[in-house]
Design a protein around this ligand. Structure first.
Ligand SMILES: *Cc1c(COP(=O)(O)O)cnc(C)c1O
Length: 399
């Protein structure tokens, strides 16, 4: 048996974020240890046999079990409110794990058309293995319901979406999934469990790119799936064991320590994002702002109810002057990092039409609302007045 940390059953998220994991080793370390070891030693051959046969719970081999990785999994599961979690080498590996673990040839998936680009590509690639996907509107629940088939096994959503921050109704989608005997998976990258806990709204699986807010400081690539422990043990762990998209103990340790500050970072970064969004709305060179925390956002009420009253830390906006206007604004910044990554304490700025959505045709981009004047800012922890000044420099050129 792998022991548990002795915590009160009603411990809250902030407490779980710094305390859940494994009990310390016999040396009594206060900060979690990094177990850089590929395998674990057994006291005798019979015990080794029992552990390999899954008759005795123990650490065996770091492709599928490692104490540092287990600490991260237990902590994230506690924060998401699920009984289980399995870490993966990246956010995409976590999604691959879900698809490989749950689906077989002949099965059907319904997915939002506004999810992360690589997720769309991955699901399209699975058509080669007989798994078909229908892509539907992020916000229109009727489209999800209409797309359901007797063979539908999985619904996949991501909310808020990137970069337009469209919000989908997790509880409504869980209802559609369960009425059809399917499971709902939610990519909770943009809000993290600090703001949004999809399991409490009926989602069955929560996928994470730990690369983003969970690490929070842009250091490692990591991923995870949170779900009921029985589902993980029956469907996902066997895939991890045979396919080996494992998270390294070092990267797990970085994410584990990142989770300790997740809540305060999300609150501070979201507060800055709200202030920046309000300020942007008042700028003459800005034509439109997309941010769930603004009353002007089409799903503002739903977002506030679903995201602990917070809009998150990503703000997108359209500037005057199309692509030239966007490039001038981006190039005038001296603080923001010009990169497509997000979820960092360093504010990042990107032009979606020529980067993350650059491989779409102009017609596809227009349909998706990714116009040439659109800029996405993932707000970090710099002083808000410095960030405003950083953007003002470029906007002044367009006014
Ligand atoms: C980055 C991202 C992913 C993929 O995560 P990686 O860790 O880069 O593999 C998946 N979903 C969303 C929403 C993301 O932003």
């Amino acid at each position: 048996m792998i022991p548990r940390v002795d915590l009160p059953a009603d411990a809250r998220l902030d407490t779980l974020a710094v305390r859940e994991g494994l009990p310390p080793s016999r040396w009594g370390e206060n900060s979690e240890a990094l177990f850089l070891t590929s395998s674990f030693v057994h006291p005798d051959a019979a015990t080794a046999a029992a552990r390999f046969a899954n008759e005795e719970e123990a650490f065996v081999y770091s492709r599928f079990s490692n104490p540092t990785v287990t600490m991260m999994e237990r902590r994230l599961a506690a924060m998401e409110g699920t009984s289980g979690c399995i870490a993966a080498s990246s956010g995409m590996a976590a999604i691959l794990l879900v698809v490989m673990g749950l689906l077989k040839a002949g099965d059907h998936v319904v997915c939002s058309q506004s999810v992360f680009g690589s997720t769309i590509k991955l699901l399209q690639d699975f058509a080669r293995f007989g798994v078909e996907t229908t892509f539907v509107s992020q916000t229109d629940v009727a489209q999800w319901r209409a797309a359901m088939r007797p063979t539908t096994k999985l619904l996949f959503a991501e909310t808020p979406s990137n970069p337009l921050t469209e919000v989908c109704d997790i509880a409504a989608l869980a209802g559609v999934a369960h009425a059809g005997g399917a499971l709902l998976a939610v990519d909770n990258c943009f809000c993290s469990p600090a703001l949004q806990r999809p399991a409490t709204l009926g989602a069955d699986l929560i996928v994470h790119s730990g690369t983003k807010y969970l690490d929070g400081q842009g250091r490692v690539i990591a991923g995870a799936v949170c779900a009921p422990a029985e589902l993980i043990d029956a469907k996902l762990l066997p895939v991890m064991r045979s396919a080996g998209m494992s998270l390294s103990p070092f990267n797990a340790w970085v994410v584990l320590k990142g989770l300790e500050t997740l809540s305060v970072r999300m609150q501070a970064q979201s507060a800055r994002a709200l202030e920046l969004a309000q300020w942007l709305e008042a700028q003459p060179a800005v034509e439109r702002v997309f941010y769930p925390g603004l009353a002007s956002h089409p799903q503002h009420a739903l977002a506030m109810a679903q995201q602990s009253g917070s809009g998150g830390a990503v703000v997108s906006f359209v500037v005057r002057g199309e692509r030239a206007g966007a490039f001038a604004t981006i190039d005038a910044t001296r603080i923001c990092s010009i990169t497509a990554n997000l979820g960092d304490t360093k504010t990042t700025i990107t032009h979606p039409a020529s980067t993350s959505h650059g491989r779409l045709t102009e017609a596809q981009r227009q349909a998706a609302g990714i116009t040439q004047g659109l800029i996405r800012v993932a707000v970090g922890l710099e002083h808000i007045e410095d960030l405003k000044a950083d953007l003002q420099r470029g906007l002044a050129l367009l006014a």
